[in-house]
Design a protein around this ligand. Sequence first.
Ligand code: SF4
Length: 698
Amino acid sequence: HGDSRDFDEAVQSVCPFCGVGCQVSLKLKDGKVKYVEGINGPANEGRLCVKGRFGFDYIHHPHRLTKPLIRLDGAEKGLNVDPANPFSHFREASWDEAMEAAASGLAKLRDQGGETVAGFGSAKCTNEEAYLFQKLIRQGFGHNNVDHCTRLCHASSVSALMENVGSGAVSATFNEIENADVAIVIGANPIENHPVAATFFKQFAKRGGKLIVMDPRGHALKRFASHMVQFRPGADVPLLNSIMSVIVEEGLYDQAYIDKFTENWEAEKQHLAGFAPEALEELTGIDAATVRDVARTFATANAGLIFWGMGVSQHIHGTDNSRCLISLALMTGNVGKPGAGLHPLRGQNNVQGASDAGLIPMFLPDYQDVTDDGVRSAFTEIWGSGDFSGKKGLTVTEIMDAVHEGGIRGMYILGENPAMSDPDVTHARDALAKLEHLVVQDIFLTETANYADVILPAAAFYEKTGTVTNTNRQVQMGRAGATPPGEAREDWAITVELAQRLGLNWTYSHPREVFAEMARGMPSLDNISWERLEREDAVTYPSLSPEDPGQPIVFADGFPREGGRARFTPASVIPPDETPDADYPMILTTGRQLEHWHTGSMTRRSKVLDAVEPGANCSLHPSTLRKLGVEPGGMVKLQTRRGEIEVMARADRAVAPDMVFLPFAYVEAAANILTNPAIDPYGKIPEFKFSAVRVTAA
Ligand code: SF4
């Protein structure tokens, strides 16, 4: 570090990147972060990955927005208007002028009637900011057209968990792997995407725990796996059903647990009879002996955990995939005891909290049904205002469709980047360009901000105070350390002023007041107060008393469903929306890399991370590259029914010969130009993990 170790203040906060929620100590000098150290948080126990340790300097990047901006009269909207100087079609404005322009444009649309305004909040903002954002749309516009990027990551997992378990959060922390005998990690690449959680998984394997890794890509966790099940892309349901059919056939299920805690077992059992692994080898790509071994290993262990990621959720059958995982845990009695449970590894540092706070179109805070009159009136009482619509709002991709159809004409987007993150992003960009009024609140002039009418400069995570909730249900205190640049302001304060200018009687002067209001309507926050979090830094929900640090394992005595029972929901095989054919013969799957975070707006402006991974790339099997006549490092062209890109190709034996893996962080070769917008009918999540693609030498 050289003299960067020279600091004059240390402030404790939480890493702004992934859902692991590592606690950090920010070493500060002159209002700037000099370096970051991991501290002993409940999730990370002092550890950090490369993003947490070195990925902080984006907050001091010269590209930071420091003043509000207003689009020049008549200036064209879009990414390619003036790529060399994207600021050229905006002018600086005072906060007063920009807020007036932002609010009056949205109010004008509202006052014309109909549900013509929508909002995208962010899982990178605090719980208080997420809560205020959804409240603004509901109270200020009278409807539920509010969503965020959970729709793109784990919406299908949450829909299956809500349906069958009664709660969308994890049943056990990932640290519980310490008490497990066996763990399944499916459709997740934790070494790259949840790196500190992966260190616990590796330790588990090293001490003899059975680690069953299932994924179409043979990623790095494979080296620690007792079983590596590299199955055909999209074959999750037949594979999981065949594992469960072996458990039924060989009588390895836990009848006592099933009788006491579940319903619909007989239907599940009958359904599984059609999934003998011997009949499915071609479909799944896995031989029956391996399936039987995996089934026996998981079912006969004393305690087993199931972790899953977006390889499971981002399919049109994502909800079915999660239903299978839930059934597998239930039939083996692996919920509600030490070392056992269901754990969707959440992506963003506050995607659990933002969802809990109601930043979703079908639920109010704590997943309370927006169509329930009693629930709505409880919130209007807390908010001291009249009713809002009892109709479920539109989701992320539905909102973009509604813009094209003319139903949505204005948007308020806080910290999301749909011009990069949405599937079939050309469709999303065209929608953004069509909006009559777009307000974007962010820390950089993101790809999405290029379409804005008004841009409001926000504080970065290390510049603001608020709570976040990680994948483990741990509510943690994030504290402001660095000083925001120029006139940038904390997101909650901007949203409060916008609400006031839209005519709402909001008087919050600190996030602690917002947290107190949240706690009134959210039973999950019982016994968790702002003051307690200031004192203790983290409390896991549910917390049973003001002294209880929280419950790492839930559902020991039953489930939050009618009768206290979880449900088996049988899942049938549904093929991907788009299967390879003569024109598009290969399979495209997208994802993240260790060094870059989502759409790259932060990590590509971080010196160390950008130096390690400086440009767009894709991975192909060496034999595929040879067939194409392309050397590793050469360029390939990827074409789908939505569009085409050219990108540098790496040789990677972990990728099957008929697949291409493409990270989505790079605007110069934006993966989502290619992806299929088809969605899962329950979670409304797009099928990012499977598109038919043609690959040629560029
Ligand atoms: Fe941050 Fe996640 Fe890395 Fe921890 S594991 S340092 S939370 S990116």
